[in-house]
Ligand binder design. Structure first.
Ligand SMILES: Nc1ncnc2c1ncn2[C@@H]1O[C@H](COP(=O)(O)OP(=O)(O)OP(=O)(O)O)[C@@H](O)[C@H]1O
Length: 376
């Protein structure tokens, strides 16, 4: 008979199982020559979730992926799958036994094999069982009709979906994707991204997607790990990464930015747009207030006066239009500010194209400002 102790043990066990990451990397490091390309990277992936490793070109994303796949070897650090060590500096499970699927930009299918044979390539078992799995996957990517075709008769987008089916066929526990959509033209990309995401979720695969495109990460990720110079500088849900960035570069990675420079005194800084708190900063410490162009507001000049100050928008400062351009969904208006001749950019929905030399008043949405100590 099951005792209370057994039940509690089972409960603890099942909780542990749900908490154990599908993939965990701890303190991974890799150096090429005298350059530390991956510097103490730790990450956890959960089943059915997409984590995006997002960062500029050359920051070490692909090197991290290659170590996880087992095609490159870390200098130090460990890799675990379902809590089991698969690689440290002494022990190493070979790539083909890691149950990790790979999908790269250069996803080349085998041209001499049919779609069926391409997708079945990594499968074991009887011919019928393989064909059944191929049919199941092709149905998921809406390409059931192509099973007996050859790759060259398919479009780029269709080939990409076949590559996804091929990578998923052996039911990998983890899928590593390195810029898999960057070879596709813009019109196809969104649809294929969404479809890929749906299939990966359905298969409950843990996904690590490498990209240098913030829009792609925002669109696909449950979790974003922002990487810079070999390190993960911030990790979290897309909403948090966008709205609570760790530093100026993290804001700038997602959008254009404006920087208002000032100095801290008594844990406050005075700017032409009002005061801001600067907790923890020494007197005289330089401060940067960072704000995205869509979070400034414009108002007309009424005989040298602008709008009255408000708690949400602070004080208005006057600027002179230096340029205004229509961008499609919005207009971009650039200013030279009266108070210090600095330049600020403002985006306004639809068409708003004031003439060069027009005086306008700018306010900033205080809840959308990020205050950082100035970086050297
Ligand atoms: N085998 C190697 N030998 C020497 N240097 C290498 C090697 N592999 C990568 N690097 C260097 O390490 C740095 C990081 O490369 P990596 O491919 O990981 O960057 P990435 O973030 O994926 O960039 P991208 O988005 O351009 O692919 C680059 O400067 C690259 O030149």
């Amino acid at each position: 008979m099951e005792t209370l102790g057994d039940r509690m043990r089972l409960q603890v066990q099942s909780q542990t199982n749900t908490l154990t990451p599908r993939l965990e990397i701890r303190n991974l490091r890799r150096r090429f020559g005298n350059r530390q390309v991956v510097d103490d990277v730790s990450l956890s992936l959960q089943s059915g979730k997409v984590t995006c490793l997002l960062g500029p070109s050359g920051c070490g994303k692909s090197t991290t992926l290659r170590m996880i796949a087992g095609v490159d070897m870390q200098d130090s650090g460990e890799i675990y799958v379902d809590g089991n060590l698969i690689c440290d500096t002494v022990f190493r499970v070979p790539p083909e036994r890691r149950q990790i699927g790979l999908m790269f930009q250069d996803f080349a299918l085998f041209p001499h094999l049919s779609v069926c044979d391409n997708v079945a390539f990594g499968l074991k078992g009887s011919k019928d069982a393989k064909r059944a799995r191929v049919q199941e996957l092709l149905a998921k990517v809406n390409l059931g009709w192509a099973i007996d075709k050859f790759p060259h008769v398919l479009s780029g987008g269709e080939q990409q979906r076949i590559a996804l089916a091929r990578a998923l066929a052996p039911r990998p526990r983890i899928m590593l994707m390195d810029e898999p959509f960057s070879g596709l033209d813009n019109r196809l990309r969104d649809g294929i991204r969404d479809e890929t995401l749906a299939v990966l979720k359905e298969e409950d695969t843990a996904v690590l997607l490498v990209t240098h495109e913030p829009e792609e990460a925002m669109r696909m990720a449950d979790d974003i790990a922002l990487m810079r110079n070999g390190r993960i500088v911030q990790q979290g849900a897309p909403y948090n990464i966008y709205n609570a960035p760790v530093d100026k570069q993290a804001v700038a990675f997602f959008s254009d930015i404006n920087v208002i420079r000032s100095t801290s005194h008594g844990a406050l800084t005075e700017t032409p747009f009002g005061q801001f708190l600067t907790p923890g900063l020494d007197d005289g410490a330089p401060v940067e207030i960072v704000i995205r162009p869509q979070h400034l507001k414009l108002d007309f000049d009424r005989a040298g006066k602008g709008p009255l100050p408000t708690a949400s928008d602070g004080v208005a400062a006057r600027g002179i239009v230096t340029r205004a351009r229509f961008m499609g969904n919005e207009s971009l208006v650039e200013f030279q500010m009266d108070h210090d001749a600095s330049h600020l950019k403002v985006t306004v929905p639809n068409v708003f194209l004031p003439k060069e030399g027009t005086a306008l008043w700018l306010t900033i949405r205080r809840d959308r400002c990020f205050v950082f100590p100035a970086q050297a």
